[in-house]
Design a binder for this molecule. Structure first.
Ligand SMILES: [Zn+2]
Length: 200
């Protein structure tokens, strides 16, 4: 069996995952438009945690430990958000890590990446909010004939609404309120909305 932890790297708990976010200044408060289109008072900027390779490696090792019984043969992530954590999960499992990226609005495998029919795929993301991009990534794998054995993320902020048809694991479940834009109280109060990205 693959050894997931090195001796100097103890397993991370849910609290220590969120501690990593706090330390990195990655728990943001304000008025945000999420990738899903929903508005929220809070945002978790995973990139600020994952910029620290030791944090990225520890999160990847913990996800790998949680899902290793699924025996994935390859990790597939949606670009860009899933790439770094997907790489770290692949490293911990000793399997390859590939990513799907958007071309004309549709996720697809490029750069010569491919999946073999029946290959066991784990879909890995940084944050799952509605589950939309996770489902889309699962569809990419299935369209290639692969078998999706599960999905995992660092953060689950879906409130249990992700509606995935495969086993799903997250290192930390975070409840931050989300609103449809038309019923967002922050919009109603006239607060400018920010799309987290290069500036946040
Ligand atoms: Zn709003």
């Amino acid at each position: 069996m693959q050894k997931v932890y090195s001796p100097e790297m103890p397993p991370v708990s849910v609290d220590s995952v969120l501690d990593r976010f706090r330390r990195a200044g990655a728990l943001l408060e304000g008025h945000f438009r999420l990738t899903s289109g929903l508005h929220s008072t809070g945002f978790l900027q995973c990139a600020l945690v994952l910029q620290h390779p030791r944090d990225a490696e520890a999160c990847g090792a913990e996800i790998a430990a949680q899902i290793k019984d699924l025996n994935p043969q390859v990790v597939l992530s949606p670009a860009l958000g899933g790439i770094v954590i997907g790489q770290e999960v692949g490293r911990a499992l000793g399997v390859r890590a590939i990513f799907a990226e958007r071309q004309e609005g549709k996720l697809s495998l490029r750069r010569g990446f491919s999946l073999a029919p029946g290959e066991r795929v784990l879909v890995v993301e940084d944050v799952v909010t509605t589950g939309g991009s996770t489902r889309e990534t699962i569809d990419v794998a299935r369209a290639a004939g692969a078998t999706v054995v599960g999905a995992a993320s660092i953060i689950d902020r879906s409130g249990g609404q992700q509606n995935l048809d495969v086993p799903y694991h997250a290192l930390a479940t975070v409840s931050l309120p989300t609103y449809q834009p038309e019923s967002c109280p922050l919009c109603a109060a006239g607060k400018p909305v920010v799309k987290p990205g290069s500036r946040v």
